[in-house]
Structure formats: structure tokens, C-alpha cells
Ligand binder design. Sequence first.
Ligand SMILES: CCCCCCCCCCCC(=O)SCCNC(=O)CCNC(=O)[C@H](O)C(C)(C)COP(=O)(O)OP(=O)(O)OC[C@H]1O[C@@H](n2cnc3c(N)ncnc32)[C@H](O)[C@@H]1OP(=O)(O)O
Length: 225
Amino acid sequence: MTDSIAQQQMLYVRDEMSDAEIAEQADLYGPLTDSVRELIELALLTEVDGPEVRAAQEHLESAKQILRTRVNPGPYGVRWGASGQKRAWGNAAAGLRNAIAPPLVFNFDADGRAWTDFHLGSAYEGPAGLTHGGIAALVLDQALGSAAEAGGAPGMTGTLNLRYLRPTPLGALHAEARIDRVEGIKTIVTGQLSGPDGVCVEAEGIFILPRWARGGDSAKVSDPV
Ligand SMILES: CCCCCCCCCCCC(=O)SCCNC(=O)CCNC(=O)[C@H](O)C(C)(C)COP(=O)(O)OP(=O)(O)OC[C@H]1O[C@@H](n2cnc3c(N)ncnc32)[C@H](O)[C@@H]1OP(=O)(O)O
């Protein structure tokens, strides 16, 4: 096993946090993340004058100074609490503590279907007024991976094929995915990203349970840190 894979495994952590503690953390950090997300949009679109921009920036410097007094060296990793509740709070598409994430909040069923209704603001622009193609890929990668996981056949994205059928607007969008079939350690998942006028992007992915996670001790998450 290479060092980088060993380091990656160490970031899957069972920390025995209770559901109440997790809810408390979500109530504390969720609004902070929402504020930062709104800040990203404001930094992009504000048209106030120089003095106001500089005053706002000074406030941000103060906020950063408070937050950096105690910081996890990162990345956040994936954590499970005592009841098995999973926190992928650093996830770039769905992480509760990640202001870059739209965030995607999924609904699941155990047959391997995942779907989400979400909103993409101006920070996700590619072509003028439209969703960036890489962001569409991010959303679909997460949707397909989540469906594989919901169906009990999780894996890392091995292959992701996308067909961009029509431009994806910004604003209210819908993504859904379902397991097509499972072939041993490989899960084949299909999905689509839709806007108000219909399907914009179709996807098919192969999700592979990585070698290090296939049985034996190597499948275990690390001890609490
Ligand atoms: C715990 C989960 C987290 C669960 C996570 C849940 C949420 C996920 C949502 C986000 C998803 C991501 O962003 S994941 C991040 C993006 N993806 C990655 O970084 C993956 C990087 N690649 C890898 O780590 C690796 O190449 C793997 C895991 C994909 C495969 O490596 P491996 O496990 O050593 O596979 P190996 O034994 O060689 O081959 C096993 C079988 O898979 C086939 N195969 C191998 N690579 C590929 C491939 N790229 N595309 C298609 N098929 C492939 C082989 O032909 C073989 O088929 P046969 O001969 O048996 O027929």
C-alpha cells in the first residue's frame, strides 16, 4: 500500500460522537457555512464603492483571525458517529461545512436511487448565465456515487461518461441517479441533471470498490483521533 492510500484511509474515522452532539455541531457550523456561501456570491456581485469594499474586507480579516485560533489541519475526511451517522462534511458537492458545495442534499431509497433538488447561484457560472460544465460533472459524480452507496454497492468513480444535451441554466435544478447493475465490485449507475426545460446532462458511471476496501482489516475505518 502506498503512503498516499494509507493517509487517505486514515481520513475515514469513527469518532463515536453522539447524534445529539452531531446535531449541535450541525446547528453551529451549518449557519457559518451558509454565511460564507452567501459571502462568495456577494464578493462576486457587489457593486458598492471602494471604501465599503475595504471596510467589508477588514471585517472579514477580523473574522478569519477568530476562526484561525484553532484549526483542524485538514482535510476534514469522512467521519461516523456512535450510531453510524455519517458526516462527509468536507465533501465538495454535499459537505455541510463546505461553502463551495451548493450544497446537494440527497433523498435516497435502498434500491440504489438518489435524487436532489438544489439551486446553483452565480458562483457556478461557466458560459454566460449558464452552469459550468465541470460543475454539472461534479453534481452528477456525487449523485451517481450516492446512488451506488444507497444501494449498498459503494465505490470510487472509475469512469464517468457525460453527454451534455442542452445548456444547463443556473437556478433551480434537479439531479437523480439509479443503479443500473452491479457486477461484483463494480456498480454501473446512470443519472441525469435537469433544468426547467428538461434533461440537460446524461451520465453513466462505473463505481469501483477500491482494492484497500475489499474485505479484511483494510476495510476498517481508523480508530478515533
Ligand atoms: C469506499 C468507497 C467510497 C464511497 C464514496 C461515496 C461517494 C462518492 C461520490 C464522489 C465520488 C468521487 O469523487 S471518487 C473520486 C474520483 N475517483 C478516483 O479518484 C478514483 C481513482 N482510481 C482509483 O482509486 C482506482 O483506479 C480504482 C479504485 C478506480 C480501481 O482500482 P483498483 O481497486 O485497484 O481496481 P483493480 O483491482 O485494478 O480493478 C478492478 C476491476 O475494475 C476495473 N477497473 C479498474 N479501473 C477502472 C476504471 N477507471 N474504470 C472502469 N473500470 C476499471 C478493472 O478492469 C477490474 O475489472 P475486472 O477485471 O474485475 O472485470
